[in-house]
Design a protein around this ligand. Structure first.
Ligand code: DAH
Length: 331
């Protein structure tokens, strides 16, 4: 029996142990054969023989069981060690998942905000004609106001649109009032410095209704709520300005989100940051699209400027350099 016990103790795998169990208890196993011999044993030795066999059976069974538990635990320990998940470890597989570009993210937030106010989203072509980009927006040929927006011209008075305002014209040409729309999209200008790139994104807004319905108060309310949604608890200021397509026009400032209005480098020590242009739609614009007896307001904003302020990005050009050290921070 000691032989068998030694064999059991020496096994290192559950499979090996199973072979021993079969060698002992299987059809032709040692103990099975021994028990079969019982009938041939003379009666007077039977009791002792059987007792002895049963004892062996019990001891070997116990030994098999103990060894099995021991081997099972060892194996479990091994797998647990091998498959241990270190939750503090940097996970390379998820780090390669892409992230929203800050401009796309800001664009989305703005679009969602206005969609919740029931503004429709309109789009227009990036290669525009002179009529939609300038003429219909009260910017006649040779008018000095055209100098504010220089762009890239193609043939036949076609050009890369300098703003999203032409989408106002296209929408009014295709739809009857009332209108409540925004137009997000890319625009192009001959500019390149810390705060300007030749391509950037704008969101235009236009609301038109019957002549007595729309006032500057509506515009002021909608934009104030919008800017406080985007920038938090800021003061909003409407400063008289000029745009050919609105009269009166205003530029809208928020109190500086960096210094709280005390004055700092970002706000050029004025305490205010300019964020968009707006106004009451000029009669000439309505005339150009054949609208009568209507009133409306419009606004236009630069998405990159919003993204830069919200994410505190110093150089607008860096948004388009695809440098993952910058973009990777927006996951
Ligand atoms: N189109 C103007 C620009 O690109 C922005 C703008 C200002 C749009 C006032 C408007 C507006 O609709 O009313 O500079």
């Amino acid at each position: 029996m000691q032989n068998w016990l030694d064999k059991i103790y020496k096994t290192t795998t559950i499979e090996e142990l199973e072979t021993i169990r079969v060698d002992l208890f299987g059809k032709k196993g040692f103990l099975t054969v021994e028990f079969a011999r019982l009938k041939d044993i003379p009666n007077e030795q039977k009791k002792e023989f059987a007792q002895n066999l049963n004892e062996q059976k019990e001891v070997l069974n116990k030994a098999l069981e103990l060894k099995k538990t021991e081997l099972f635990n060892a194996e479990l320990e091994k797998t647990l060690k091998a498959e241990k998940i270190d939750v503090t470890r940097f996970n390379a597989s998820t780090s390669n998942v892409g992230a929203y570009h800050p401009v796309a993210y800001t664009m989305d937030r703005i679009i969602k905000y206005f969609q919740n106010l029931n503004f429709a989203v309109e789009i227009g072509p990036m290669v525009e004609d002179d009529f939609h980009n300038f003429e219909a927006l009260n910017l006649p040929k040779y008018h000095p106001a055209r100098d504010m927006q220089d762009t890239f011209y193609c043939k036949d008075m076609m050009l890369l649109r300098t703003h999203t305002s032409p989408v106002q014209i296209r929408t009014m040409q295709n739809q009857k009032p009332p209108i409540r729309m925004i137009a997000p999209g890319r625009v192009f200008r001959r500019d390149f410095d810390l705060t300007h790139t030749p391509m950037f994104n704008q969101i235009e807004g236009l609301v038109v209704d019957s002549s007595d319905k729309i006032s500057f108060a509506n515009l002021k309310h909608v934009l104030t709520e919008f800017l406080q949604h985007m920038f938090g608890d800021v003061e909003v200021r409407f400063r008289p300005s000029f745009f050919p397509f609105t009269e009166p026009s205003a530029e809208v400032d928020i109190s500086c989100i960096f210094c709280g209005g005390d004055g700092c480098r970002v706000c050029s020590h004025t305490g205010w940051l300019e964020v968009l242009g707006c106004g009451i739609v000029d009669e000439n614009v309505f005339k150009a699209v054949g609208y009568e007896d209507v009133s409306g307001y419009a606004f236009g904003l630069g998405v990159e400027r919003f993204a830069m302020l919200i994410h505190k990005i110093g150089d607008l050009r860096s948004l388009f350099e695809s440098d993952l050290r910058l973009l990777g921070q927006f996951k």
